[in-house]
Design a protein around this ligand. Sequence first.
Ligand code: JD2
Length: 225
Amino acid sequence: MKIDAVTIFPEYFSPLQLSLIGKAQENDILDIAIHNLRDYTEDNHHSVDDTPYGGGAGMVMKPEIWGLVLDDLMIPETDLIILTPAGEVFDQRMAEELSKSSHLIFACGRYEGIDARVGQYYSQDEFAAQGIRVREVSIGNYVLGGGEVAALVMIEAITRLLPGVLGNPDSLAEESHVEDGFLEYPNFTKPQTWRGIGVPEILLSGNHAAIAKWRREEAAKKAEK
Ligand code: JD2
């Protein structure tokens, strides 16, 4: 999978060198490139924002510069993801869908966001005919300062689903019910008693069928809440 992220703060993406995502890049399972939007500006001040039509507080990111970058990065079969607090809310189902894509572009805005015509432009039929899909996505109902942290969250959730990224594929199979609201059972490890609190007796029984049943019940209890 190829991932491009466009931002005025490339440093936000340095954690992607760490851990399993960093390894996946070394192993050629993943290819992540971060692009500085300001590199595409042509004026002396490298300005990326301007005042909003209709008035109001804050600044809006200019469409021309986004057009230059995105024209550069766009290829057939691309999913362009525009982060915005008003987008469709990201969830495990969307992560699974996007993990099947060959190319993701994350457009990370700042200020009050990106001129709305950028998303409109790449949603047109001529792009759709090349397998280019545009989605406006939010990671949850709270307001961030920009799209970078949201892109990081999505990249982590999506890339861990790629074959060869997770060390143990069993852990993927086990969590495949997250979307049904069927979340995880509580986990315990050694010591058997910690600060006076023991481990549920059933987990020490060696009865695998009974343990599986107990875990399903505990997970169901969490799903109710
Ligand atoms: C962003 C901002 C509009 C006020 C670009 C915020 C997001 N779940 C989420 N919350 N906030 C964002 C997000 C994403 C991109 C931008 N801002 C700041 N925009 C109104 C503040 C600018 C996601 N994904």
